[in-house]
Design a protein around this ligand. Structure first.
Ligand code: PGA
Length: 260
């Protein structure tokens, strides 16, 4: 069964105070499916552990180094994240690709580091507005996915989640339309299947880009969407809970559990 999950990407936002306000409100609401994953800034992971240990809330980092250790000032390694109980790492977010020059090769190396240390990688892909307007959305996605499909076998793919985040929808308040999301998700599944038969139907696909309480249900209505990566709206307790609850309703957990 495809794993369902809602991932909060706090980016370089939040504070210890936000952790102290947020977690107590989430603990009783979080279920096993869809998983609730919080990715705070790395400095707030310890506070997250304090609140979320022993609950159904999972946590992760927003970025990791591809190296396990070394003289790399300012970097955080996967073994360190693992030691802090992180179950997930976001890898290749478009902000990392655009502002920190991360290439497809580096993203694949980071995914590999995650898998080696038993952390599920949430690998982000997505086209810019210019690429979409030039009719290049699918070729960009194909390029971003190709290396991952070549390098990782079916067993590895059980620990890789793909987040489709159109760059033009991130932080703009303009989520992609459900038809656009559905079309891209189907493309990703077909593309994955062509490389690795069967993978397309078993991989988990998230949508990210201005997911808000008012559009969450529309986002989840595509049968190819397994959850969301949420930025801005995950910083507010009420919005985050509203999106999480929309996911619980949309994924019809009873029937999922019966099918499991
Ligand atoms: P947003 O960010 O929800 O604020 O658009 C999503 C993301 O960048 O992961």
């Amino acid at each position: 069964m495809r794993r369902k999950l809602l991932v909060a990407n706090w980016k370089m936002n939040g504070s210890l105070d936000l952790c102290r306000r947020m977690f107590p409100a989430l603990i009783d609401v979080a279920r096993t499916q869809p998983e609730m994953v919080i990715c705070p800034p790395t400095l707030h992971i310890a506070e997250t552990v304090r609140h979320a240990s022993g609950t159904r809330i999972r946590w992760g980092v927003q970025n990791v180094s591809e190296k396990a250790a070394g003289a790399l000032t300012g970097e955080v390694s996967v073994p360190m994240a693992h030691e802090m109980g992180c179950a997930y790492a976001i890898v290749g977010h478009s902000e990392r690709r655009a502002f920190f020059g991360e290439s497809d090769e580096l993203v694949a190396d980071k995914v590999q580091a995650c898998l080696f240390h038993h952390i599920t990688a949430i690998a982000c892909v997505g086209e810019t507005l210019a690429e979409r307007q030039a009719g290049q959305a699918f070729s960009v996605l194909a390029r971003q996915l190709r290396l991952l499909l070549e390098r990782f076998d079916d067993e590895a793919w059980r620990h890789i989640v793909i987040a489709y985040e159109p760059v033009w929808a991130i932080g703009t308040g303009e989520s992609a339309q459900p038809e656009q999301i559905g079309q891209v998700m189907r493309f990703i599944r077909h593309f994955a299947d062509a490389a690795r038969p069967g993978l397309g139907q078993s991989m988990s696909l998230l949508y990210g880009g201005s997911v808000r309480p008012d559009c969450a249900e529309h986002v989840f209505q595509s049968e190819d969407v397994d959850g969301a990566l949420v930025g801005g709206a995950s910083l507010d307790v009420e919005s985050w809970l509203a999106i999480y609850q929309a996911a619980c309703r949309s994924f019809d957990l009873d029937s999922l559990q019966q099918a499991a």
